[in-house]
Ligand binder design. Structure first.
Ligand code: AMP
Ligand code: ZN
Length: 114
């Protein structure tokens, strides 16, 4: 999508700090981290929200969770623990309407919002 910030990052048009990339997803550091590790994983394809995932696109979730495992190991938070979150629509706290998964860790997470 032309004006979508996460599409632009996925296309490499905005210099973000990419952490991991496959042919289907890209992961980069959150610009306003709320924990020592705060990485966002997005599909390269523009999908607005979790609820817009059609049945034939569900495989992307597996790819995103796989990336979360790799990132957790690489960042050294796999053993101590971390959190994977998908915010959905305004009441779920979604501000950017391109599906993304947050990976938070590196400190003790105390409440539901991290
Ligand atoms: P959400 O509230 O789930 O939609 O999360 C959006 C996240 O995107 C927030 O944690 C923002 O800090 C983050 N964010 C917004 N713009 C950028 C950007 N240009 N690069 C990296 N992260 C961003
Ligand atoms: Zn997008």
């Amino acid at each position: 999508m032309e004006d979508c910030i996460f599409c632009k990052i996925a296309r490499g048009e905005i210099p973000g700090s990419k952490v991991l990339e496959t042919d289907k997803i890209v992961a980069f550091n959150d610009i306003h981290p709320v924990a020592p590790v705060h990485v966002l994983i997005v599909p390269k394809e523009h999908i607005s929200t979790f609820m817009d995932l059609q049945e034939n696109k569900m495989d992307i979730l597996g790819e995103m969770y796989r990336a979360a495992q790799k990132i957790a190991r690489e960042k050294g938070i796999a053993e101590k623990g971390f959190r994977v979150t998908v915010n959905v629509n305004p009441d779920g706290g979604q501000l950017i309407f391109h599906l993304h998964m947050h990976v938070f860790g590196g400190r003790k997470l105390t409440d539901a919002m991290g």
